[in-house]
Write a protein that binds this ligand. Structure first.
Ligand SMILES: NC(=O)N[C@@H](CC(=O)O)C(=O)O
Ligand SMILES: [Zn+2]
Ligand SMILES: [Zn+2]
Length: 424
C-alpha cells in the first residue's frame, strides 16, 4: 500500500511531498505508483508520530475504564504512533507473560505501537524485584520499568533495580512521592489553598526528596533514572543540577502540569484530582522554563482513564488521574505557543522514543525513516468535548476549553489510522 502526502510543511520548515509505504518513507516522490492513495496536506505541519512515555491503558483488569483498543484509538486521534503502557493493571505487568500479552493485544489493535512498561517490584509491592531480565528478554523487549501509581520508596530496592537494568541498558521511571511526607490521605497540593479547602495536602518536598535521592542513586550505580510527571520547581532544579553533573537522568512533564493550577480545586471537582497534584503558578512557570531549556526532556500524557463510579465521589474519595492522549498536542501548543515545531517533535516524539529505546519511532522525516507521521493544522482551534472521545472514560479536565492546533491525519507504519480527525 503506498501513500503520497502532498505539500506538508515538514517540522514547520520546508514544504515537500512524502511518499511512504509500510516499509517506510521512500524517495523520490515521482516513483509513487499513479494509483497511490493521497492526502492533501497543504497548510499542515508534518511531524514524526508522537510517542507517549506514560499511558494507562487499564487492560487487563479494568476494561470498563479503557482497553488496549480504545486507548490505542485515543492515542491515534491524538497523533501518537507509540505509547508506553504502564504496569499498574490487574494483574500487574510484572512477568514476561504479562508483558508479552500487552504487546500482543497492542499488535492486534494495530493502531499504534503499544510498548509494555514492566513493574519494578512484584505486584507493585515495593519489596521484591519483578522478573526484570525475563521481561527484557521476552518478545515485548521491555526496557522501561516503573511501579507508577506507587513510588519505589525503599532506597535499597531502587538501588538494586538500577543496578539490574544497567546490565541491559534499561531505565527505571520513578513516580516520585515519599509516602511518609505526602501521607496516605494526601489529595491536593499542600499550601494555603489546601488549608482553606480542608483537604489533606501533598507537599512538593515529598516529590523533591525522592528526585534528589534517585539522581544520587543513578550517579552511584552509573545507571539511568527517568523522573515521571515532574510537578515542582524544586524537582526541576534538582534535575538541572544532576544533568550539569553528568548524571544519567531524564524527566517528563505532563500537559496538565504545564497549564492547570491548583486554583481549579476551589469547586471540589474530582476531574482535577491527579497525582502528583496540580501545583501553583510558580511551579507551572518553572516546568515551562525547564522544558524550554532542555532540563525536562519530554512531554508525557499520564493518560489515566477512570470509570464514573471511581471518579464521581467526594473529592477526598475519588480516584486520581485525568485523560490526556487526545488533547496533549493542543495543550502543549496552548501552553507554549512559541515552542517551534521542531521542538514539539523533539519533546513529544524524538526524545521520548530515545528514552524508551524505540529505534523505529521518533525519527525525523527523512527517506529511510519508518512511516509514522502526524499531520497537524497549526492554525485551528478546537473546543474540547469530553463526549467526542474514543476513550471509554470521561474524566477529561479540558472539557469546554479551546485548544490551539488540531491533529488532522495520523499515519502508522504507512497506514492512515486517522483521516480528517476521524478513525479510519
Ligand atoms: N496520575 C494519576 O493520578 N493516576 C495514575 C497513576 C499515576 O500516574 O501515578 C493512575 O493509574 O490512575
Ligand atoms: Zn505516577
Ligand atoms: Zn501514571
Amino acid at each position: 500500500m503506498s501513500l503520497v502526502i502532498k505539500g506538508a510543511s515538514l517540522l514547520g520548515e520546508k514544504t515537500a511531498d512524502l511518499y511512504v509505504d509500510d516499509t517506510g518513507i521512500l524517495q523520490p516522490v515521482d516513483a509513487a505508483p499513479s494509483g497511490a492513495e493521497t492526502i492533501d496536506a497543504d497548510g499542515l505541519v508534518a511531524l514524526p508520530g508522537l510517542v507517549d512515555l506514560h499511558t494507562h491503558l487499564r487492560e487487563p483488569g479494568r476494561e470498563d475504564a479503557e482497553t488496549i483498543l480504545t486507548g490505542s484509538q485515543a492515542a491515534a486521534l491524538g497523533g501518537y504512533t507509540a505509547v508506553l503502557a504502564m504496569a499498574n493493571t490487574s494483574p500487574v505487568t510484572d512477568t514476561a507473560e504479562a508483558a508479552t500479552r500487552v504487546w500482543e493485544l497492542g499488535r492486534e489493535a494495530g493502531l499504534v505501537h503499544v510498548q509494555p512498561v514492566g513493574a519494578v517490584t512484584r505486584g507493585l509491592g515495593g519489596e521484591e524485584l519483578a522478573e526484570l531480565g525475563l521481561m527484557h528478554r521476552s518478545r515485548a523487549g521491555v526496557t522501561v520499568f516503573s511501579d507508577d501509581g506507587k513510588c519505589v520508596h525503599d532506597a535499597r530496592v531502587m538501588r538494586r533495580a538500577l543496578e539490574y537494568v544497567k546490565a541491559f541498558g534499561g531505565v527505571v521511571s520513578q513516580h516520585s512521592q515519599d509516602p511518609a511526607l505526602a501521607g496516605p490521605a494526601a489529595c491536593c497540593h499542600e499550601g494555603e489553598l489546601s488549608g482553606r479547602l480542608g483537604l489533606p495536602g501533598w507537599p512538593g518536598i515529598a516529590e523533591e526528596v525522592i528526585v534528589a535521592r534517585d539522581v544520587m542513586l543513578a550517579r552511584h550505580t552509573g545507571s539511568r533514572v527517568h523522573v515521571a510527571h515532574v510537578s515542582t520547581a524544586g524537582s526541576v532544579e534538582v534535575v538541572r543540577w544532576a544533568k550539569a553533573h553528568g548524571i544519567d537522568v531524564t524527566a517528563e512533564v505532563t500537559p496538565h502540569h504545564l497549564l492547570l493550577t491548583t486554583d481549579l480545586l476551589t469547586g471540589y471537582d474530582p476531574t482535577f484530582k491527579v497525582n502528583p497534584p496540580l501545583r501553583p503558578q510558580e511551579d507551572v512557570a518553572a516546568l515551562r522554563a525547564g522544558l524550554l531549556d532542555g532540563t525536562i526532556d519530554a512531554v508525557a500524557t499520564d493518560h489515566a482513564p477512570h470509570a464514573r463510579h471511581d471518579k464521581e465521589h467526594a473529592f477526598v474519595d475519588a480516584a486520581f488521574g485525568m485523560l490526556g492522549l487526545e488533547t496533549a498536542l493542543g495543550v502543549v501548543r496552548t501552553a507554549l505557543p512559541d515552542l517551534s515545531w521542531a521542538d514539539v517533535a523533539r519533546v513529544m516524539s524524538v526524545t521520548p522514543a530515545r528514552i524508551a529505546g524505540l529505534a523505529d519511532q521518533g525519527r525525523t522525516l527523512e527517506p529511510g525513516s519508518p512511516a509514522h507521521v502526524v499531520l497537524v493544522d497549526p492554525d485551528a482551534s478546537v473546543t474540547v468535548d469530553r463526549d467526542a472521545s474514543a476513550s471509554l472514560s470521561r474524566n477529561n479536565p479540558w472539557h469546554g476549553r479551546v485548544l490551539t492546533s488540531r491533529v488532522v491525519h495520523t499515519v502508522y507504519s504507512g497506514r492512515v489510522t486517522v483521516r480528517d480527525g476521524v478513525l479510519v
